[in-house]
Design a protein around this ligand. Structure first.
Ligand SMILES: NC(=O)c1ccc[n+]([C@@H]2O[C@H](COP(=O)([O-])OP(=O)(O)OC[C@H]3O[C@@H](n4cnc5c(N)ncnc54)[C@H](O)[C@@H]3O)[C@@H](O)[C@H]2O)c1
Length: 274
C-alpha cells in the first residue's frame, strides 16, 4: 500500500505546462521540477522569450524541456505530444495554463480593457481561440494517450472570475475607465463546463480533469493603489504570490487527487466566499 508521502510524490511524472514560459507557468515549472517531475514547457513566446525561460529554470537548477508550441496550432501540438511520448513513453499531467492575460496597465492590455459595447470582435475571437480552443486542442491530443495509459491528470487553469464577475472598480482610479476583458471571464467560466464534460468522458479510463481557479497575483509592475484595492477584496487583505498556488498544483498533479474529477479548486484568499 502507498504511504501518504508516496501519494504526494511527483518523482518521475511527466508534466506538460502550456504557457509555461509565462509568469505563473514558470513558477509551476520550478516547483514541480524541484519535486522530481520531468517538466515540459510549451509556449508561443519569441526565441528570446523561450531562451530566457530556459535560463530562469536552469538558474533554479530545474532541468526542463522548453519547446516552442502554439496551442492553437493542432498540427504542432500533436507533433509535440508525439515527441514527448517518444522521449518519456508517457504523459502524466497536462496543465492547460496558457491564456491571453496581459497585465493591467501594460501596452498589450489597452484594448483588452475596452468598454464591452466597443469591444473589438477580432480580439474577442482571438481570446476564445487561445483560452478555449487551444485548451481543447491540447486536451484532445493528450487525452488520446492518457486513455491508452488508463491514467493521467489534466488541470485547466481557471480564475476566481470563473465563478464571479470582475469588480471593475479595482482597475479604476476615478479618472480612468477600464473594464477587464469580457472574453477573459467568459472563457474562464466556460472552462468549468469544459472540465465537467471531459471528466464525464474520461472517468471510465481512470483519467481525471479538474479546474484550478486562482485569484490575482501581485507583481512589481502593479501600482500601490491597485494592489491595495485588490488585496482588500480577499479575506487575508492581500493579493496572492506565485508560492500560494504551487501546493494546489502539486496536489492536482499527484496521486493525492486520484479520486477528484470534474471539480473546481478555488484558491483565492476567500475573495469569492464573502
Ligand atoms: N496572474 C494572475 O494574477 C492570474 C490570476 C488568475 C488566473 N490566472 C491564469 O493563470 C494563467 C497564467 O497566467 P500568467 O499571469 O502567468 O500570464 P502570462 O501572460 O504571464 O502567461 C501566459 C503565457 O501563455 C503564453 N501563450 C499565450 N498564447 C499562447 C499560445 N497560443 N500558445 C502557447 N502559449 C501561449 C504566453 O506567451 C505566456 O507566456 C492564465 O491562464 C491566467 O488566466 C492568472
Amino acid at each position: 500500500m502507498k504511504t501518504t508521502k508516496d501519494i504526494f510524490s511527483l518523482h518521475g511524472k511527466v508534466i506538460i505546462i502550456t504557457g509555461g514560459a509565462g509568469f505563473l507557468g514558470l513558477s509551476y515549472a520550478e516547483a514541480l521540477g524541484k519535486m522530481g517531475a520531468h517538466v515540459v514547457v510549451w509556449d508561443a513566446k519569441d526565441e528570446q522569450g523561450m531562451r530566457q525561460a530556459q535560463q530562469v529554470l536552469l538558474k533554479k537548477k530545474v532541468k526542463a524541456d522548453v519547446e516552442s508550441v502554439d496551442i492553437t496550432d493542432e498540427k504542432s501540438v500533436r507533433h509535440a505530444v508525439r515527441a514527448i511520448i517518444k522521449k518519456y513513453t508517457k504523459i502524466d499531467v497536462l496543465i492547460n495554463n496558457a491564456a491571453m492575460n496581459p497585465a493591467v496597465g501594460s501596452a498589450d492590455s489597452a484594448s483588452q480593457f475596452a468598454p464591452y459595447e466597443k469591444y473589438p470582435i477580432d480580439l474577442w475571437e482571438k481570446e476564445l481561440r487561445v483560452n478555449l480552443t487551444g485548451t481543447m486542442i491540447c486536451t484532445k491530443s493528450v487525452a488520446t494517450y492518457m486513455i491508452k495509459q488508463r491514467s493521467g491528470s489534466i488541470i485547466n487553469i481557471g480564475s476566481d472570475v470563473s465563478v464571479v464577475a470582475h469588480d471593475h472598480r479595482v482597475y479604476n482610479d476615478p479618472s480612468e475607465k477600464r473594464f477587464k476583458s469580457v472574453a477573459y471571464s467568459t472563457t474562464k467560466s466556460a472552462l468549468l463546463g469544459f472540465t465537467r464534460q471531459w471528466a464525464a468522458r474520461l472517468g471510465m479510463y481512470n483519467v481525471r480533469i479538474n479546474t484550478f481557479s486562482p485569484t490575482g497575483v501581485q507583481t512589481p509592475a502593479q501600482d500601490k493603489a491597485f494592489v491595495k484595492r485588490y488585496g482588500d477584496m480577499t479575506m487575508f487583505g492581500r493579493m496572492a504570490t506565485p508560492q500560494d498556488y504551487v501546493g494546489a498544483i502539486a496536489f492536482l498533479s499527484s496521486d493525492a487527487s486520484e479520486f477528484m474529477t470534474g471539480q473546481n479548486l478555488v484558491v483565492d484568499g476567500g475573495k469569492t466566499a464573502w
